[in-house]
Design a protein around this ligand. Sequence first.
Ligand code: NAP
Ligand code: GCO
Length: 267
Amino acid sequence: MNFSMDSFQLDGKVALITGAVHGIGFEIAKSLATAGATIVFNNLTQQSVDTALEKYQQAGIDAHGYVCDVTDEAAVNNLISKIKKEVGSIDILVNNAGIIKRIPMIDMSATDFRQVVDVDLTAPFIMAKAVIPDMIEKGGGKIINICSMMSELGRETVSAYAAAKGGLKMLTKNIASEYGQYNIQCNGIGPGYIATPQTAPLRELQADGERHPFDQFIVGRTPAARWGNPEDLAGPAIFLASKASDFVNGHILYVDGGILAYIGKQP
Ligand code: NAP
Ligand code: GCO
């Protein structure tokens, strides 16, 4: 069979991107729309959903927005049923919704730790469990889990986040293993350091006008010598959501400017 660039097209596909009201999720949703997908997203509040719907409209995208907390299994099951009735069953799930709490581990409460794991790991499990039966019935589907560099590396103050994202890497591999036989591909995208609201505190200008020390650290550790932009994730997302990746399964695609490959500039 000759390869065709049509393999990257998503026309007729319904894509659900969780938490896609700004940042990485919003850009991934726009990229999937560019490839032809119908975009569905959720967030925690009606206000954030309504604001995002306007942003999608301004981008020429007729998106479908719903209020749903991805950690609430009953609410997620209702959401998937509602989407199936109102839009269609889901062909592509992007588990994007996520939180981080930057607290030294011995100062972190178990409640805080559990909340991060609940959103960043348990919720992708709940979401995938809710969409896989329909994917099996349809003859296949795509699940993309937004992992992290912290799926591979640790750093101070992000113990819960790294544990969750490390677990999400292995959940990705396990879904791939268990459901690959149904033509479901489950892969991860591991963004490096991306300029979004989540990392804004790490890039704030200091009182003296200097760049944040962490900002300087990351730029120095990244071969591309810059922070990533959410738009850098568009192409990888289209690839993993499309037929072009039908034989890619259980893979974490790091989109990190090379930081994971680099020991760091010699002094
Ligand atoms: P962000 O701007 O904070 O966006 C995360 C989104 O998830 C927000 O819209 C948030 O809603 C939503 N959300 C949080 N908890 C939720 C819940 N329980 N139910 C439904 N929605 C929920 O973060 P981002 O930087 O775009 O990151 C998106 C994903 O990429 C996350 O999984 C993050 O861990 C991952 N990631 C980010 C980077 C980076 O450098 N930025 C790098 C690697 C991986 P509200 O804003 O309304 O709270
Ligand atoms: C942090 C950052 C990172 C990024 C991302 C890196 O505090 O170290 O928030 O965790 O969000 O996950 O890939």
